[in-house]
Design a protein around this ligand. Structure first.
Ligand SMILES: Cc1cc2nc3c(=O)[nH]c(=O)nc-3n(C[C@H](O)[C@H](O)[C@H](O)COP(=O)(O)OP(=O)(O)OC[C@H]3O[C@@H](n4cnc5c(N)ncnc54)[C@H](O)[C@@H]3O)c2cc1C
Length: 515
């Protein structure tokens, strides 16, 4: 994970077996699998790892109770299986979380209770724990802030929770350990073809504006919601393959849950589900499903989405959240794979992934979930082997621990997501372990680690993805930004001009995370 070293590697103009475009969940998963199967693998990312959708999810590793309601049984079975595998391979990043569905009428407890028993059965041996019915008092004990008016009881079930951007960084480190070469801030600008067939691409190093030509036997487009842009670079008249759908989350103080359990609202006013999930001493509430015309890096939450979340969450809470209670807001775009007629409502578009191959040999991965990234990667690398005429090797990622994997994770430790690396971070400097903020946890040692070991480049990388400060509390993050920039400048040997430029860029970014 040394960017300069990796730039020197690509300057040698070697031929890669596989070159992956996109450093989100999909691309990073493919890099691990391909490198592990012995392919000479390169991954380039236009911005920072997980800058796109992969840092903006609800942070659930789940089978998807909603897909069960929709009757998408095969997706639920696949996702439940992947949930179990990921919990085993990344115990420092994925934890078991209990979700309570409060019920206000006589039929919902038996109705959802039956559905959740089916959910438990589908998980089989990889289940996280049985779902059970709760009486009114037990429901209140689990979620004390739940609306008491008319409450009859509830159901508790289990799913996985994780930190998406931290998982992405850990996947990048795992891929590097397996032998893949990864470069962030490297953007694919055009394809190189021999006749009709793609055999590489040109990239621009977005930090130096230097260009490189990459030769590769196979190229994979793992650019999520930006996939159509790349497909059009290959075939300008291609029909759109992605239907972007925006999802918004609001982050509130933890008093709005007042306990360690999540709330799941099974039926919102638009017929979807809504989650209120405890995360790093705050509560994440969401999400929405709004069709969007075109993909951008900083999608903006619409007023109606914010009101929808506040209203639907408020129906289930005694202490109702208001706009002024929102500590941060973030929006992400689902890269849903378009169907043949594209006529169904966006909430009904399948979350299954598709792997397609163009006539020029470009493999594009469309759709999918964070939860199923490993299976998506397996299917893609199988296709890579066929398209590239490479020797057929079996996927072994089911048994590969994710970087830092630690079976003795202490979830009370604010550095738990580094797993086995946490000890090394704490030892970096004796004075560097105190948090720079009373509300958020971020230390000087974490900043140094991110710069030295995790390919962080900008203030945003540190505050949005190596730590999650920006997503948790945007105003508090603004307050500590200058101190963080100064620590970075000292480590990176940058001057005041650099600090001022980083702060200016960051300040304009923070606006997107405020209401
Ligand atoms: C609101 C919301 C909630 C969700 N919640 C969950 C959840 O709880 N659980 C779950 O399992 N899934 C969830 N998902 C789905 C999940 O987040 C996505 O399926 C997943 O993150 C998609 O990853 P990706 O790698 O395909 O796309 P991305 O993360 O967007 O990665 C694509 C990358 O390609 C890069 N790129 C684009 N163009 C170029 C170029 N020319 N050169 C180089 N790089 C380029 C981009 O910069 C980007 O980083 C949610 C999604 C949304 C939107």
């Amino acid at each position: 994970m040394n960017r300069n070293f990796n730039l020197n590697v690509i300057a040698k103009n070697i031929e890669w077996d596989l070159a992956i475009v996109g450093g989100g969940a999909t691309g990073l998963g493919i890099a691990i699998d391909a490198a592990n199967r012995g392919l000479k693998t390169l991954l380039v990312e236009r911005h920072d790892f997980a800058k796109g959708t992969s840092s903006r999810s609800t942070k659930l590793i789940h089978g998807g109770v909603r897909y069960l309601q929709n009757g998408d049984i095969s997706l639920v079975i696949e996702a439940l299986r992947e949930r179990g595998i990921l919990r085993k391979n990344a115990p420092h990043l994925v934890r078991d979380l209990s979700f309570v569905i409060p019920s206000y009428d006589w039929w919902s407890s038996p109705f959802y209770g039956f559905g959740l028993k089916v959910y438990d059965m589908m998980a089989g041996k990889l289940g996280l724990g049985p779902s059970t019915l709760l009486n009114k008092q037990e429901t209140l004990d689990h979620i004390p802030n739940v609306n008491k008016k008319g409450l009859r009881g509830g159901i508790i079930y289990h799913d996985g929770q994780f930190d998406d951007a931290r998982m992405a960084i850990s996947l990048a480190l795992t891929a590097a350990k397996e032998g893949a070469t990864l470069i962030n801030y490297a953007e694919v600008k055009s394809f190189i073809k021999e006749g009709e067939l793609i055999n590489g691409f040109s990239i621009s190093d977005n930090l130096s504006d230097k260009n490189y030509n990459i030769r590769a036997k196979v190229v994979v487009n793992a650019t999520g919601v930006f996939s159509d842009q790349l497909i059009k670079l290959d075939q300008p008249n291609a029909k759109p393959m992605i239907r972007p759908s925006q999802g918004v989350h609001l982050v509130l103080e933890k008093k709005f849950l007042n306990g360690p359990h999540a709330i799941m609202v099974p039926q919102t006013s638009d017929g979807r589900v809504l989650f209120a999930v405890p995360w790093n001493n705050y509560v994440v509430v969401g999400t929405t499903d709004t069709p969007i015309e075109s993909a951008t890096y900083e999608p903006i939450a619409l007023k109606k989405e914010i009101n929808f979340i506040l209203e639907n969450a408020g129906n289930y809470m005694t202490k109702k959240p208001k706009i002024s209670d929102v500590k941060s807001v973030f929006a992400g775009l689902r890269p849903l794979a378009a169907s043949k007629n594209n006529s169904e409502p966006i909430k009904e578009v399948s979350r299954h992934h598709k792997v397609t191959v163009s006539t020029s040999g470009l493999i594009s991965v469309l759709g999918g979930k964070w939860t199923t990234y490993r299976k998506i990667a397996e299917d893609t690398v199988n296709t890579v082997q066929t398209v590239g005429g490479l020797s057929e090797k079996k996927c072994k990622t089911e048994g590969i621990p994710i970087f830092g994997s630690d079976q003795n994770t202490n979830w009370q430790d604010p550095l738990h997501f580094y797993g086995t690396e946490a000890k090394k971070i704490k030892k970096l400097s004796k004075t560097g372990n105190q948090s720079l903020s009373k509300k958020l946890h971020i230390t000087k040692n974490q900043i140094l680690w991110a710069l030295r070991e995790e390919m962080a480049i900008s203030l945003e990388d540190i505050l949005a993805r190596r730590t999650r400060c920006l997503f948790l509390d945007s105003s508090e993050t603004e307050k500590i930004a200058e101190e963080v920039a100064m620590i970075m400048a000292d480590e990176m040997k940058k001057n005041n001009t650099w600090i001022n430029q980083e702060l200016k860029t960051f300040k304009s970014l923070v606006k997107n995370y405020k209401i």
